[in-house]
Design a protein around this ligand. Structure first.
Ligand code: LMR
Length: 329
């Protein structure tokens, strides 16, 4: 009888514990600034699907795209305050937290996305994921977007002299500021959500971004020319609040790590295709003209932007720059 009672009681306890978990899943808010149909948007959605499948009733992932919850200026602060649990800012937006990640903004550092990927998967690349732990940020993964192209509201965009004196929107990065100053242009730091209007109203003349960001934000509708410069990269670090992450029950953390690995593979596979498709959509839309560059043109941009490297070598570290360059081979 006693055994039955104990048995009965333990069943009752088990049921109420799991009922509790189902009623009270851990809510994980994933906030980002781009559209849902972009590499980052797709990655965030995949993470939600896999995490909720692996941890049924234990976690609920809420994805907020398009700066709906927090925009560029606020999302890191919100993460540190615990108002969101996951964000994936572009690698250009971390310079308040570490100077090392500025590496990714050096113009013409990587030959292509395969080189970016090789570097991110190397020991030095992985170390950077932990470079902001002392500031409370833990990097969980790198996600790709793609190479950056340059656009303006002018008909001619072939050589560096064509952008002299023009105003460009940049992400909040001192390296990118120096890059446009080296071209004799005037950079202006603006949040991603402000770019379309700034281009439309002429507050700025141009910007730099990936095909998928240009297409999904309709920048091509308010620009005259897009030059295929591939002069830099827009990639992301998915970051979480280190204290929150370390405090998660072990089974939850393990499940989320697995979901992040799956979402990373998926997002990185989709990125190249999305950018290629969006490039074609931009060409087909016939609003902005897409200009390809000759080897000589590219060399001219490379030479014009080269002084930026020396300026930031001290902050970033010559060894790190060398390791990144080696990924090109
Ligand atoms: C930008 O601000 O242009 C990009 O970083 C937006 C993004 O997250 O891709």
């Amino acid at each position: 009888m006693r055994i039955i009672n104990v048995f009965g009681m333990s069943i009752a306890l088990t049921i109420s514990a799991s009922a509790l978990a189902a009623d009270n899943p851990i809510v994980i808010k994933f906030s980002h600034v781009v559209a849902a149909n972009t590499p980052k948007g797709q990655g965030a959605q995949k993470f939600k699907e896999v995490a909720e499948k692996l941890l049924p009733g234990k976690v609920q992932v809420q994805v907020f795209p398009n700066s709906q919850l927090f925009g560029d200026g606020k999302e890191m602060e919100a993460l540190l305050l615990g108002d969101v649990q996951l964000i994936a800012p572009s690698l250009s937006k971390f310079d308040r937290y570490t100077k090392k990640v500025q590496l990714f903004d050096l113009p013409f550092l990587f030959d292509d996305m395969a080189a970016v990927d090789r570097f991110q998967q190397s020991d030095k690349g992985k170390e950077l994921l932990d470079s902001m732990k002392n500031r409370g940020l833990k990097g969980l993964a790198y996600w790709h977007n793609g190479m950056k192209e340059l656009s303006t509201n002018k008909a001619k965009l072939q050589r560096p002299e064509d952008v002299k004196g023009l105003k460009f929107r940049i992400q909040a990065s001192d390296v990118l500021e120096a890059q446009f100053r080296a071209l004799g242009a005037n950079p202006q730091k603006l949040s991603f959500s402000e770019v379309y209007q700034a281009l439309q109203t002429g507050v700025v003349d141009g910007q730099e971004n990936t095909w998928s960001n240009i297409y999904s934000q309709k920048f091509h509708e308010v620009q005259k020319t897009i030059a295929e410069t591939n002069h830099g990269v827009i990639d992301y670090m998915v970051v979480t609040n280190a204290q929150w992450w370390d405090g998660l029950p072990e089974d939850i953390r393990a499940g989320l790590e697995k979901a992040m690995a799956e979402a990373t593979t998926y997002a990185n596979q989709e990125a190249a295709k999305l950018n290629e498709d969006d490039k074609q959509r931009i060409i087909d839309a016939k609003k902005a003209q897409v200009v390809s560059l000759s080897k000589e043109d590219v060399q001219a941009w490379r030479t014009a932007m080269a002084p930026v490297w020396k300026k930031f070598e001290g902050d970033i570290g010559a060894d790190l720059i060398k390791a990144a360059q080696e990924a090109n081979k």
